[in-house]
Design a protein around this ligand. Structure first.
Ligand SMILES: Cc1ncc(C[n+]2csc(CCOP(=O)(O)OP(=O)(O)O)c2C)c(N)n1
Length: 372
């Protein structure tokens, strides 16, 4: 029997390698950074961004864009490469300024500093928890603002997490909350490379992650080959249909195709001149640092072009919504809070915990600000 035809072409593979080499080039130039995971997870990130995620590089704050949280912020070079190739406002000079003071490409991604970055990450586990919060926000906004015939909020929240993220306590707490609330529009891809900062993962952890997530009412899938983009795409398609939050564990190789692949040597240091030369050869990558073929730019541009359709449709739908429900539309897009119901619950000098006072203020605000 013939194997089913792949939906990915040689051009896709070259674009994946461009993500790898841009990440490597940035780290090499800065003489600082984490090349291993970007190299291992480039195929899964590419599949997610190009084949599934809805975004608009011209309108990075689009209200109904799919959210993306790179929980392991140390892998930022990969995120910046994705943003650059997908046409966000992040130039090759920004890329070359990786990890320099005042640049838009700091060592760990920062929300509001870099267009297209949805969350500041770095402390492991926190990005996972922020993704859970974003999925809860999506659910809340959809319930508050969608009207029959006007599904103005219906995006997915995606996150890529690593071994270190899932070891953190905060990730367990957020996992439980997401499972309990059946956040079906939350899809987490787990870059499962069995290597962490100080060596093999099993130095500190031999937990069955899949069983843990299943116990918390998540949908769990395993992709055994992190280079198999068709398998990754099938898993994401399936996860999109689940009414539970999804964890897709993708087995990858840290520093894939470099001399020290599969070890912590490639976790947090530049490859170095000698190993980089071998890596270039292994990939057949004949380009100079920061030189990427036009074909690669064209390949990304094609995907970005196809994303315009949904964006434009949404703009049309939202324009109708604004006419039909002007008050709701204004509330949803306003950056201001209506503070008319904010009242003094206490006299100066009262003994009241900040937790209680905060809760009272939030409840007051929520009366006139259902977008909160
Ligand atoms: C809470 C927290 N503790 C420690 C660190 C330092 N740190 C950065 S990356 C890393 C290892 C992460 O391992 P993994 O998720 O497997 O990443 P990979 O080795 O695959 O790049 C550590 C311990 C951190 N960023 N946050």
């Amino acid at each position: 029997m013939l194997a089913p035809k792949s939906q990915f072409t040689d051009q896709d593979q070259q674009a994946v390698n461009a993500l790898r080499f841009m990440s490597i080039d940035m780290i090499e130039r800065a003489q600082s950074g984490h090349p291993g995971s970007p190299m291992g997870m480039a195929p899964l990130a590419y599949t997610l961004w190009e084949k599934f995620m809805h975004f608009s590089p011209r309108d990075p704050q689009w209200l109904n864009r799919d959210r993306f949280v790179l929980s392991g912020g140390h892998c930022s070079a990969l995120l910046y490469s994705l943003l650059h190739f997908n046409g966000f406002d992040l130039s090759i000079d920004d890329i070359k300024s990786f990890r320099q003071l005042d640049s838009r490409t700091p060592g760990h991604p920062e929300y509001r500093l870099t267009p297209g970055v949805d969350a500041s990450t770095g402390p492991l586990g926190q990005g996972f928890a922020m993704a859970v919060g974003m999925a809860m926000a999506e659910r809340h906004l959809a319930l508050q603002y969608n009207k029959p015939g006007y599904p103005i909020i219906d995006h997915f929240t995606y996150s890529i997490v690593g071994d270190g993220d899932l070891m953190e306590g905060i990730a367990s707490e957020a996992m439980a909350l997401a499972g309990k609330n059946r956040l079906g529009r939350l899809i987490v891809l787990y870059d499962s490379n069995d290597v962490s900062l100080d060596g093999p993962l099993n130095l500190s952890c031999n937990e069955d992650i899949g069983e843990r997530f299943k116990a918390a009412h998540w949908d769990y899938q395993l992709v055994t080959d992190g280079g198999d983009m068709d398998a990754i795409a099938r898993a994401i398609s399936r996860a999109q249909k689940s009414t539970q939050p999804s964890l897709i564990e993708v087995k990858t190789t840290i520093g894939y195709n470099s001399p020290d692949e599969g070890t912590n040597k490639v976790h947090g240091a530049p490859l170095g001149v000698a190993n980089l030369a071998i890596t270039r050869e292994n990939y057949g990558w004949d380009y100079q640092p920061f030189e990427y073929p036009d074909d690669v730019y064209r390949q990304f541009a094609q995907y970005v072009f196809t994303k315009k359709k949904r964006y434009n449709e949404w703009r049309g739908l939202f324009a109708d919504y604004q006419r039909a429900f002007p008050a709701e539309a204004e509330q949803l897009t306003s950056q201001r809070l209506d503070i008319r119901d904010l009242t003094n619950h206490h006299q100066f000098g009262d003994q009241v915990s900040t937790r209680v006072a905060n809760s009272e203020a939030m409840q007051d605000l929520a009366k006139r600000n259902p977008q909160l």
